[in-house]
Design a protein around this ligand. Structure first.
Ligand code: NAI
Length: 436
C-alpha cells in the first residue's frame, strides 16, 4: 500500500491546480488521471475551442476591415489548419501542466474508491488523509430518437473540415460558440433552442441582443423549439408553438448540457448523488456523509466552469476565496460575459450601449451593451452583463468590484483611461448619475 497526504482523482484544472498548490505547501500528493492531463478544458473544451474562436475572430476582423478601406478579396480560411494549430497549442500547454506538477506523483490510471480514505488503481492500494474527487463531466446525450446521428462537442472538435449545413441542438454556451466558429467559415448554421431565449439562466436582455447580433451574421436561431427526432439523413424534426417543422442539414451537433463523471466505487461503497446525478457536497465541497472526501468542479454541478473548479480546490485547501462571485464568458462573435454576487439581487440596473464609447466606435465594433445591476439602498454593485467586443475582458473589472463589495461611488472615484472599453462601466455610472 502507498500512502500520501492527499489523493486527487482527475487531472483537469480543478485537480491539477489543486494538486500543484497542495504540493507547493509541502504535502505529499498523488494525482490519478486515466487519460490526458489537462482534462476537458485543455483537451476537449476551453483551449481547443478558444483556438478556433480566435480563428473565427480573425475572419470576422478581415470581413470588418472593409470600412477601413482594406479590401481582402479571395480570403482563404482553411479550417483544417486552424484545427491542427489547436492540437499544437494543446501539446504545448500540456507540457506546461506536466512541469507545473513536478512535485506531484502523477499516476496514469483509473482510480476506484475502496473506502473514505483509500483508492485502488492497477491493483495497488493508495491511502491518504484527504481525497479530492475532480473527475469532471462529459457531454449529455440527446434524449430523442436518432440521437446516434448527432455529434457531441468532443466529436465536433475532431472534424478535419466543416460541413456546408450544420444544425445545432442547444443554444447554450457550447452551441453558440460552435455556431460562431462554423458561421465564420461559411457554414450555414441553424440553432434550435428549447427555451424561450438562448443562454437560459443568463441576463435575458443581453442574451436577446446576442441572438440578434448572431442573426445579423447569418446564424439562424430558433428558440422555443423542442427537438423530437433526428433521422439518418440528418434531418431534425422539432415542435414549436404546436407546429411540427423540419430542418435539413449535413451534420447535427447536440450541445444539450454536460453530465458528471462519477468515479467507480468497490462494492459496498457508493457516493451520495443529487437528484440530477452530481456528487452531493456541502458549502465547503465536503461530500455528504463522508470523512475528508471532497468533490470539486463539474462533478458536483455547482458551477461548470474551469476557473470555478480550481477556485473550489483552493477553498478545500483552506484559502479564503469568494466563490459567490464567478464570472462566465461566452466566446461568440461578439463575446458575451456575465458576473453576479449570487447571494444578492440587483434592484436597479444601469445600461450603456457600446455605440457611446469612443474606442468601440473607432475600432469598428459599435454593437454591444453593458448592464450594471446594483442595490438601490446600499448602492453596491451586484451584477454585470456585457455583450460586445472584448466582453470577456470588461467583465474582470466588474467581477473585482462586486467581489470587493464596491459601490457605484467607489467605481466613480477610480479614473479610467480614455479612450478604452473600460470606460463603458465607468460611464454607465456617470451617465446614470447625470440623469438622476
Ligand atoms: P448549457 O446547459 O449551457 O446549454 C444547453 C442548452 O441546450 C440549453 O440552452 C438547453 O435549453 C438546450 N437544450 C437542452 N435539450 C434540448 C433539446 N432537446 N432541444 C433543444 N434545446 C435543448 O450546456 P452546454 O452548452 O452543453 O455547455 C455545458 C457546460 O459547459 C455549461 O455549464 C457551460 O457553462 C460549460 N461551458 C462553458 C464554456 C465557457 O465558459 N466559455 C464553454 C463551453 C462550455
Amino acid at each position: 500500500m502507498q500512502k500520501a497526504d492527499l489523493i486527487i482523482i482527475g487531472g483537469g484544472p480543478g485537480g491539477y491546480e489543486t494538486a500543484a498548490e497542495a504540493a507547493s505547501r509541502g504535502n505529499n500528493v498523488i494525482l490519478f488521471e486515466k487519460s490526458s492531463l489537462g482534462g476537458t478544458c485543455l483537451n476537449r473544451g476551453c483551449i481547443p475551442t478558444k483556438c478556433l474562436c480566435a480563428a473565427a475572430g480573425a475572419i470576422h476582423e478581415i470581413n470588418n476591415s472593409v470600412q477601413f478601406g482594406i479590401s481582402c478579396r479571395n480570403v482563404v480560411a482553411d479550417y483544417s489548419i486552424a484545427r491542427r494549430r489547436a492540437e499544437t497549442v494543446i501539446e504545448e500547454l500540456r507540457k506546461g501542466v506536466e512541469e507545473f506538477l513536478k512535485d506531484v506523483t502523477v499516476i496514469t490510471a483509473e482510480a476506484e474508491f475502496l473506502t473514505d480514505n483509500r483508492v485502488e488503481a492497477n491493483g495497488i492500494i493508495y491511502e491518504a488523509d484527504t481525497i479530492i474527487i475532480a473527475t469532471g463531466s462529459k457531454p449529455a446525450e440527446l434524449p430523442v430518437p436518432g440521437a446516434e446521428y448527432t455529434l457531441n462537442s468532443d466529436d465536433f472538435l475532431k472534424l478535419k473540415n466543416l460541413p456546408e449545413r450544420l444544425t445545432i441542438i442547444g443554444g447554450g454556451v457550447i452551441g453558440l460558440e460552435f455556431a460562431s466558429i462554423a458561421n465564420a467559415y461559411g457554414t450555414r448554421v441553424t440553432v434550435l433552442e428549447f427555451c424561450k431565449e438562448v443562454l437560459p439562466g443568463c441576463d435575458a436582455d443581453v442574451a436577446k441582443r446576442l441572438k440578434s447580433y448572431l442573426g445579423k451574421r447569418g446564424i439562424d436561431i430558433v428558440t422555443d423549439a423542442k427537438v423530437v427526432s433526428v433521422d439518418i439523413t440528418r434531418t431534425v424534426t422539432y415542435e414549436r408553438k404546436g407546429k411540427t417543422s423540419t430542418i435539413e442539414g449535413d451534420m447535427v451537433l447536440a450541445a444539450v448540457g454536460r453530465r458528471p463523471v462519477i468515479p467507480h466505487c468497490k462494492e459496498g461503497l457508493s457516493l451520495p448523488l443529487t437528484e440530477k446525478g452530481f456528487i452531493a457536497v456541502d458549502d465547503s465541497f465536503l461530500v455528504d456523509g463522508m470523512n475528508d472526501v471532497y468533490a470539486i468542479g463539474d462533478v458536483n454541478g455547482k458551477c461548470m466552469l474551469a476557473h470555478a473548479a480550481s477556485a473550489q480546490g483552493r477553498v478545500v485547501l483552506g484559502e479564503d476565496i469568494n466563490i459567490d462571485v464567478i464570472p462566465s464568458v461566452v466566446f461568440t462573435q461578439p463575446e458575451c460575459a456575465f458576473v453576479n454576487d449570487k447571494t444578492l439581487t440587483a434592484t436597479r440596473t444601469l445600461k450603456l450601449p457600446y455605440s457611446s464609447n469612443g474606442r468601440a466606435v473607432a475600432s469598428g465594433h459599435p454593437d454591444g451593451i453593458v448592464k450594471l445591476g446594483y442595490d438601490e439602498e446600499s448602492r453596491r454593485i451586484v451584477s454585470c452583463s456585457v455583450v460586445g467586443c472584448h466582453a470577456a475582458d470588461i467583465i474582470a473589472e466588474a467581477a473585482l468590484a462586486i467581489s470587493a463589495k464596491m459601490t457605484l461611488k467607489d467605481m466613480r472615484r477610480s479614473v479610467h483611461a480614455h479612450p478604452t472599453l473600460s470606460e463603458l462601466l465607468y460611464n454607465a455610472i456617470i451617465m446614470s448619475a447625470a440623469n438622476e
